[in-house]
Design a protein around this ligand. Structure first.
Ligand code: N7H
Length: 483
């Protein structure tokens, strides 16, 4: 399903297409794709909204047999391989795409039903360069997609030379390479998997990830506090996607891929070094509170808006409660009060809830990422220095990149003045906010001194590169893509 090349500098010449396979943890032979499953290839991770069930699928007015599964599955995957390639020989590629790949691309309906799940689920997406290589000239009417992510650096706020190239994974990917032979060239592969043991469902900094996802109106049964959006916000051609698209694109979605390196030991040190005083708390507890205020949730997933001073793991694990907040509180002024959740908290920056008198439903993405890289080693922890590549294989789906990922990154996370507040500039989102190469500052992180400015010495999330893709409806793979 996804793709991109690892380094921003390389993206300039990348022909972007991406295939991803969700690999069941037990499978050691991805070529053995026959047979049926008895247990789900997904893990029911605590705190996350459930994947769509059979009743939702059968009642769906969305073309769930044609929509690629990853778009509606979210972050319950155990293991996933991203395989990025360039197309050299369009004719041969098209033949294999229609005959060999289209029949095994896993749909949303298939993945929601354990007995219909394949042993290895495969999805595929194409960058603009990939569509052009295949001779598809229809305009998908998404300027960011057409230009490619490498041309979006100004909007994303980063520089092009921030990558640490040390040991990017060069895993053996034999299945697709042998099928396509010389008709493609592998650009990059990335193995990603859920973290081990009790960290399953937690991203590399340690926070539960994948809790707040949009419910598609008429498809999901919304959980308390869950944002409800028209399907056309995520799925091209669905209800209230007002953009003109070619008919064959209905059921597709734009896939934003970012290989986001996370400097975990450095982030941990930042939290310990900068944890504000708090009477009665140990240093570790103060650092945990500081981190929770940076994210807007404790590592358990409990939102600081509901658990402002102490973690509440039961709240974090409860999807009926862990999203049921909007930053308003009785007798509190939402434009000045940061005693519950800082204005600059990551989750508040990317979904302002009542800060915008509503949920800004058009600016919504469905996230489907997964961590990559090893656990922090003892040496890295002791030296507070990252020596191994790890992070988040960030994947977001939306029907318009300019309103989805690009907007969240540019207009909100990178904007120190967002959300607009009385007498205070909230500062940057510490997790993903970018200020080109300039130092970032933020306020609100000290619950007892909310106007104190904190300087953030470095980016703890560093983009290794990415690309914009279109994840087409499955039917297109054997029709327009094969023509
Ligand atoms: Fe974020 N993190 O661990 O700190 N994110 N994010 N994200 N993110 C969220 O609800 C994280 C990134 C969103 O509706 C949680 O899943 C990290 C990008 C949105 O309440 C945590 C990285 C963008 C939400 C993280 C990263 C977003 C969200 C809380 C990079 C878009 C839902 C748990 C390595 C531009 C907000 C959850 C809502 C939540 C983290 C990237 C967007 C813990 C580490 C690039 C929309």
């Amino acid at each position: 399903m996804r793709l991109s090349s690892p380094f921003a500098v390389i993206l300039a010449c990348a022909l972007g297409n991406v295939v991803s396979r969700s690999l069941p943890r037990a499978s050691s032979n991805p070529a053995a794709v026959t047979g049926t499953r008895k247990t789900s290839m997904f893990k029911n991770l605590a705190g996350l909204p459930p994947i769509p069930n059979a009743a939702q699928i059968s009642a769906a007015t969305l073309p769930v047999d044609d929509i690629q599964g990853d778009i509606l599955i979210g972050m319950h995957k155990l293991q996933q391989l991203f395989f990025f390639f360039a197309i050299n020989d369009p004719a041969t590629f098209k033949t294999h795409l229609a005959n060999d790949i289209a029949p095994i691309v896993a749909s949303a309906s298939q993945l929601s039903n354990v007995t219909a799940q394949p042993l290895v689920a495969l999805n595929i997406a194409f960058s603009q360069t990939g569509l052009t290589a295949l001779g598809i000239t229809d305009n998908l009417n998404d300027a960011a997609f057409s230009a490619g992510q490498v041309n979006d650096i100004n909007n994303l706020g980063e520089t092009t030379d921030t990558c640490d190239q040390q040991s990017l994974i060069d895993q053996q990917v034999t299945f697709l390479e042998s099928l396509f032979g010389s008709s493609i060239t592998t650009l990059h592969t990335l193995d990603a998997s859920v973290r081990p043991g009790a960290e399953a469902g937690h991203e590399p900094f340690g926070f539960v990830d994948g809790i707040a996802q949009p419910a598609l109106n008429g498809f999901h049964d919304p959980l308390p506090g869950q944002i409800v959006v028209d399907p056309g916000v995520i799925i091209v051609g669905a209800t209230n996607d007002a953009i003109a698209r070619p008919a064959w694109a209905t059921g597709g979605s734009f896939l934003v891929f970012r290989q986001l390196q996370q400097l975990v030991p450095e982030f941990n040190k930042f939290m310990l070094d900068n944890a504000p005083p708090f009477e009665g708390k140990t240093l570790a507890q103060r650092a945990a509170l500081f981190g929770a205020r940076i994210v807007g949730r404790w590592k358990s997933g409990a939102p600081v808006d509901l658990a402002p001073v102490n973690d509440d793991p039961a709240l974090g694990a409860d999807p009926l409660r862990n999203n049921n907040f909007d930053f308003t509180h009785p007798d509190s002024d939402i434009t000045s009060d940061q005693s519950h959740c800082p204005f600059s908290a990551h989750i508040r920056k990317v979904r302002p809830r009542a800060d915008l008198n509503g949920a800004a439903p058009a600016n919504t993405i469905l996230r489907s990422g997964i961590p990559f890289g090893p656990e922090v080693s003892d040496d890295e922890a002791a030296s507070n220095t990252t020596t191994q590549l790890r992070g988040l294989a960030f994947v977001a789906y939306q029907a318009q990149i300019a309103k989805g990922f690009q907007f969240l990154q540019r207009a909100w996370s990178n904007n120190a003045n967002f959300p607009p507040r009385k007498n205070v500039s909230p500062g940057f989102d510490v997790i993903i906010g970018q200020n080109k190469s300039a130092v970032r500052t933020t306020v609100g992180l000290d619950v007892n001194n909310p106007t104190a400015a904190i300087s953030i010495p470095q980016q703890f999330v560093v983009s290794n590169g990415g690309e914009y893709f279109f994840s087409p409806p499955i039917s297109a793979l054997s029709t327009i893509f094969a023509a």
